[in-house]
Design a protein around this ligand. Structure first.
Ligand code: NDP
Length: 410
């Protein structure tokens, strides 16, 4: 019987997911794209129709309301809900899935609008409810988290007996021509980047501990294949929380992201004047949240697509042991912003997030990934996902390095 798919969120990532599901409509069947603003869904549906000739349905929904969500899920008779709204909606959408008995997938961990915590606690707490409902929840099926976690699982399965250290490296060498803009939702992006850094390592007693750093305190220059050397700053990133649980023998894991000087100078200045605040302030008798106001002023990430040129290179640098010998590898994917836009009318950051979201959902609908409860993506068999990345527009490579070699050049 033909499947039915409900996608929630019609932003940059939602556009890519809708396009890619439509391109794989033999798996996704009847597709509905729902979001807060119906006109955004309709615009995406019209683009899909004119570019690839597939008709998808659209709907308006407030994804903060569990009752609105359950009615929509029942009305569409969805077999899976792909959540690419904002992290604030994760819990309400998960709860609507347990109430209706429908599988769930997202790309970012839950965040409360007033406090940025970047943790899975509240989503993992729903594991029992998912088991009771007999459904599967797949967390973090974007690129990072997402493909990077799968790269770690793939390295663990095929390249190592034990992985000792992992550096996740996220390079966006694209240029959109604006002095300052964010490649995905500005609130989520700026919260992540302005927060303190954190990495995990085992201490001398073999206990894992999180080491906190000041924002942007640790920088290394990493030589990204096909892109070249880029300043890469240590940040906290949510996938580390699940990877420390699931990768055998791990002694340290860190996450680095590239930033240009212009981006950092703008961000520091905005932070210094209070524009990154997430608490309400009073302005001429009105309450405003500075970060939300800033997001209104900044270019819509979806509008960056036609302007962005250059490459992304995201990968994992893993070191460990295989057959008693030291080994180092870099598994990575390079995407080209202009090629992404030509295919689905979105720049590379939305593309590299939306394609893995579609792939996770495809594997669930096809029964290649199954289970009851809430899973992080590295808990599933990496092989079918890696195969799909190659087929669906995100081909990857493995670079074998000498045991002591790195690509850090400064
Ligand atoms: P956008 O801001 O472009 O889009 C978010 C969409 O969600 C908008 O269409 C918005 O509606 C909709 N939305 C927001 N609130 C609600 C609500 N209450 N009810 C219904 N719809 C709502 O974000 P992106 O597309 O860039 O990002 C989508 C998700 O992907 C985010 O969770 C982000 O954190 C995640 N992400 C994950 C990455 C990864 O690699 N794992 C990388 C990049 C992003 P409206 O248009 O009306 O505002």
């Amino acid at each position: 019987m033909s499947k039915k798919t409900l996608i929630i969120g019609a932003g940059g990532v939602g556009n890519v997911v809708a396009f890619k599901c439509a391109m794989n409509s033999e798996t996704f069947g009847e597709i509905t794209l729902a979001s807060r603003t119906l006109s955004k869904c309709e615009a995406i549906a019209a683009n899909i129709k004119s570019k690839i000739g597939i008709q998808i349905n659209t709907a308006a929904v407030d994804a903060d309301s569990v009752s609105e969500l359950t009615s929509l899920i029942q009305k569409t008779a969805a077999d899976i809900v792909i959540n690419v709204a904002l992290p604030y909606q994760d819990l309400s959408i998960m709860d609507a899935c347990t109430q209706t008995g429908v599988d769930y997938l997202d790309t970012a961990n839950y965040e409360h609008p007033d406090t940025a915590k970047f943790e899975y606690k509240e989503q993992w707490a729903r594991d029992e409810a998912f088991k009771e409902a007999g459904i599967m929840g797949l967390l973090g099926s974007g690129f990072d988290p997402g493909a990077t976690n799968v790269f770690c699982a793939y390295a663990q399965k095929h390249y190592f007996d034990e992985i000792h250290t992992i550096d996740i490296l996220d390079c966006n060498a694209g240029d959109h021509g604006y002095p300052f803009a964010t490649n995905f939702n500005p609130e989520i992006n700026l919260r992540e980047v302005s927060a303190k850094g954190r990495y995990w390592q085992k201490n001398d007693n073999g206990q894992g501990e999180w080491i906190e750093t000041e924002p942007m305190e640790i920088m290394q220059v990493w030589d990204y294949p096909e892109v070249g050397p880029k300043d890469s700053y240590l940040l906290y990133h949510e996938e580390m929380e699940s990877l420390v649980k699931h990768i055998k023998g791990l002694k340290r894991i860190r996450f680095f992201m590239t930033f240009g000087q212009s981006y950092l100078t703008h961000m520091k200045c905005l932070e210094n004047v209070g524009m990154l605040g997430i608490k309400e302030v009073e302005h001429k008798g009105m309450k405003i949240v500075p970060m939300e106001f800033l997001a209104t002023l900044l270019p819509d990430p979806a509008s960056l697509g036609p302007r962005t040129k250059g490459l992304t290179n995201i990968g994992i640098f893993a070191k460990g042991l295989k057959d008693g010998k030291e080994r180092s590898i870099y598994i990575y994917q390079v995407a080209n912003h202009e090629e992404c836009y030509a295919e689905v009318l979105s720049q590379g950051v939305s593309y590299t997030t939306g394609v893995p979201a579609m792939i996770g959902a495809k594997l669930m609908l096809e029964g290649k990934w199954s289970g009851q409860g809430v899973f992080n993506i590295e808990q599933l068999d990496p092989d079918p996902f890696m195969e799909e990345l190659n087929k669906q527009g995100l081909p990857w490579k493995v670079m074998e390095l000498g045991a002591d070699e790195t690509r850090v050049i400064g």
